[in-house]
Ligand binder design. Structure first.
Ligand code: GYE
Length: 333
């Protein structure tokens, strides 16, 4: 009898270990332990780290797409190269992510890789810059700034300044520091600025050239402009970091930025407010980089089977030396 009991016990133990060997290594689920929710995997093909704006944008994604919010983020920095972004998107497809988010460095050349994402059944959301596509069904939604309007707002600020300061009869020579050529931020802002300048016969655009959205290149191009043109009255810089470079270049030739040369910039990052407060930068048209929560909202709607708007513009304002000090404490980037 005792032997039988021992045998039964051994059988029970080995039986149990057999079950464990078959993979049931965890304690059986009890009624109280809910199954863990699957994380939503998001691949973000980021442009690079060329500007303060970009840094704020990356931070916005990294702080939104965290496990605590139900996400796993795979982040890729393309160092301002489209080929790197295409590689990153292919990697995301291979890893079978749930969503692909792209801030496209340039507007064109995306059909093939987005076709691959579509074939794999992975929705693509565009953020920040736009794409020019032959087939708009290749992406689900886009959210970002209205770059054409931003350019127009920059000229509008100048028109008001000229009127207020009695400069309407003065000929004004201008130069334009452009962003990455072919990026929708450059295309839109350049169009808004150049069309606005062309409307006023007193405004003369002497030159335009790319500063690649970086401070170093902005400074370099401004130095060459200052050498080539002895009288520059206005600089449009298509982002803040190029404006910072231009300010340094202007100081280096003994001129006073903000006084001898009017500077109008885009983005409105923190440091730009400091420069406006110091009087070195005259005006800044806002471009909001905090797209992480906006993209998360799109994803949540898609997860819930709801429709999303294809194009979503973020509302943006303009600031200048008259209100920079008061507004700076309210700024989030
Ligand atoms: O203005 C610039 C950044 O695409 C709107 O890219 C963005 C631009 C932004 O490098 O600072």
């Amino acid at each position: 009898m005792k032997k039988v009991m021992v045998l039964l016990l051994v059988l029970m133990v080995t039986g149990a270990s057999f079950i464990f060997a078959n993979g049931a290594t965890e304690a059986p689920a009890t009624a109280t332990s809910a199954p863990a929710k699957k994380l939503i995997v998001v691949g973000y093909a980021q442009v690079g780290a060329e500007s303060d704006w970009r840094t704020a944008n990356t931070e916005s994604f990294k702080s939104t797409f965290v496990e605590a919010n139900g996400y796993k983020l795979i982040f890729d920095d393309a160092q301002q190269k489209q080929e790197n972004q295409i590689k990153a998107i292919r990697n995301f497809i291979q890893q079978d992510v749930d969503y692909i988010v792209v801030a496209p460095v340039v507007e064109t050349g995306w059909e093939t890789v987005l076709g691959e994402a579509k074939a794999a059944g992975i929705p693509v959301i565009l953020s920040d810059r736009q794409m020019k596509l032959s087939d708009d069904s290749l992406y689900t939604a886009w959210v970002g700034g209205n770059f054409l309007k931003e350019g127009q707002d920059g000229v509008k600020w100048l028109n008001d300044y000229v009127a207020k300061n009695g400069l309407a009869n003065k000929d004004l020579n201008m130069v334009l520091l452009q962003g990455t050529i072919g990026s929708s931020a450059q295309v839109g802002r350049t169009q808004g600025i150049t069309e606005g300048i062309a409307k006023n016969p007193k405004y003369h655009l002497l030159a335009k050239q790319t500063g690649e959205f970086t401070q170093a290149k902005g400074q370099e191009v401004m130095e060459s402009f200052l050498k080539a043109y002895p009288k520059i009255d206005v600089v449009f810089a298509e982002n803040d970091n190029m404006a910072f470079g231009a300010i340094d270049a202007i100081k280096a030739v003994g001129k006073v930025p903000g006084k001898d040369i009017i500077i109008i910039s885009f983005d409105a990052v923190h440091e730009a407010f400091n420069k406006m407060i110091a009087g070195e930068l005259n005006a800044d048209v806002e471009c909001n980089p905090l797209h992480g929560p906006r993209v998360a909202e799109i994803i949540q709607k898609l997860e819930a089977g709801q429709k999303v708007d294809k194009i979503m513009y973020v509302t943006e304002g303009s600031f200048d030396t008259t209100n920079a000090k008061e507004i700076l404490p309210t700024r989030k980037y």
